[in-house]
Design a protein around this ligand. Structure first.
Ligand SMILES: *Cc1c(COP(=O)(O)O)cnc(C)c1O
Length: 455
């Protein structure tokens, strides 16, 4: 294969590629940037620039680009077996990974079902919860609930359990009927409380809706502690604790979607660990393979698995599959990531780095258009508002966040905004000088764009 230069890449990209989650007309002003190499937190462009990946390439990259140990294990696996059908066949990377993953959640989730991306894991978890109640003789429990601000992916089943109009509204008529319950909205808390000191008083409303509908509810799905796509919203883990208790009392299965939050992002291995919450089903993806290869998994409690277990002729089996289920290369990458995460000294360093990121942006707090700066583990978000007092958002058509993203990018930091929320979600291996560069560049871009607004 010959190497195409930057000009050629740009030309044919513009001609033939339809990029995800993009208004392609935006690419006239900002053509897609060809990346030729990655190392650590850095992406190297075909044009010879380097850009710091402050959002872990859509939250997948955990331990840096081109990590030598992960690369080595994938290459070793490539020399043995690239893929094999996963029905009736198995292989060491998948078995070893299953053993590792079932040690999470105090060992209470004993079974692993593989899929190949986050949305497909959510689909599998939804179908499991649905069929579970049929197999248990309660087919009337066939609906799902999600919380305000939820995001669980964009395939139709998962999209029905999301609450973000940007992705959902267009497709509303295609979606299965589900129930949106009040969730924690801490920046604009209707109770006027603060997430660090509250007792998740807002759960009162959540509980009421669950009580009202529990007879028809199969399951509730939630992103533990951090609602990432909603704008890095963070809430008290007490909410989760109360949700777990309510689900137990009302016979509702609880799905924790740890796709974005898993593997150290929030400062704990899993976000559910903040309250030692044990869900019935868990979805994992993104950081699972360190961002090297697509892979996802659903972890299930033994009791759920048992509801599907029996003679073939009972027709209770879970008849769900994806062609690339349990891909050996991806599983091997995930094993390598797991082993790296077990290394001593890793976790204390994350706490220090997360704190440094938060500290670096604290001076923004006095800015009249900075509504809130929130931090959890390695995630820090800055919510920009038109008016700090009323917490009123900017007119979305101004695209404030987007302009900040583009400005910072010119200066060497990739910060893809979520509306008017600018956030840091870097690979966990980011070093201190890189943190300083990342936050300083972001602040400069924020000041620059906001000053254009006020003048
Ligand atoms: C990204 C994400 C998904 C979807 O994963 P994909 O691999 O993009 O399909 C689902 N849930 C959460 C919480 C996510 O952040």
């Amino acid at each position: 294969m010959t190497t195409w230069n930057e000009k050629k890449l740009r030309e044919f990209d513009q001609k033939h590629v339809w990029h995800p989650c993009s208004q392609m007309q935006d690419y006239e002003a900002y053509p897609a940037i060809p990346i030729v190499r990655g190392e650590g937190v850095w992406l190297y462009t075909a044009g010879g620039r380097k850009i710091l990946d402050a959002i872990s390439s859509w939250w997948v990259n955990l331990l840096g680009h081109g990590h030598p140990e992960i690369k080595k294990q994938i290459v070793d696996q490539l020399n043995k077996l690239e893929h094999v059908i996963f029905a009736n066949y198995t292989h060491e990377p998948a078995v070893r990974l299953s053993k590792y993953l079932t040690s999470l959640f105090s060992g209470k989730l004993t079974k692993v079902f593989f899929t190949d991306n986050g949305s497909s894991a959510v689909e599998a978890a939804i179908k499991m919860a649905f069929q579970y109640w049929i197999n248990r003789g309660k087919p009337e429990k066939n609906r799902f609930a999600y919380v305000r601000g939820a995001y669980h992916g964009e395939t139709l089943g998962a999209l029905a359990l999301g609450d973000l109009d940007l992705y959902k509204k267009m497709f509303q008529t295609l979606l299965h009927q589900s129930i949106c319950i009040e969730g924690p909205d801490c920046y604009r808390c209707p109770w006027g409380l603060s997430r660090d000191r509250c007792d998740a008083e807002c759960f009162t409303n959540t509980r009421m809706i669950l009580e009202q509908h529990h007879r028809s509810l199969a399951s509730v799905i939630i992103e533990p502690v951090l609602q990432a796509a909603a704008g890095m919203r963070m809430y008290s883990p007490i909410f989760l604790k109360k949700l777990r208790k309510a689900c137990d009392e009302l016979e509702i299965k609880l799905i924790a979607d740890e796709i974005a939050t898993g593997f150290g992002r929030t400062g704990k291995m899993m976000a559910s660990d903040h309250v030692a919450m044990i869900p019935d089903l868990v979805t994992l993806s993104k950081g699972l393979t360190g961002g090297f290869l697509p892979l996802a998994a659903v972890l299930a409690k033994e009791e759920i698995f048992q509801a599907f277990y029996g003679p073939y002729t009972d027709l209770k089996a879970f008849m769900h599959s994806h062609s690339y289920t349990g891909n050996p290369l991806a599983c091997r990458a995930a094993c390598a990531v797991w082993e790296l995460l077990q290394q001593e000294g890793f976790w204390p360093r994350i706490v220090g780095k997360g704190q440094l990121i938060a500290d670096q942006v604290q001076d923004l707090n006095s800015h009249p258009q900075v509504g809130e700066i929130r931090s959890l583990g390695m995630v820090t978000a800055i919510e920009l508002v038109a008016d700090r007092q009323s917490r009123k958002s900017f007119d979305w058509k101004k695209r404030i966040g987007y302009r900040i993203y583009r400005t910072a990018e010119q200066n060497g930091v990739l910060l893809r905004n979520l509306g008017d929320i600018i956030y840091f979600f870097p690979p966990l291996v980011i070093e201190e000088p890189e943190i300083v560069f990342m936050t300083q560049t972001a602040k400069n871009a924020i000041f620059e764009i906001l000053s254009q607004e006020s003048s």
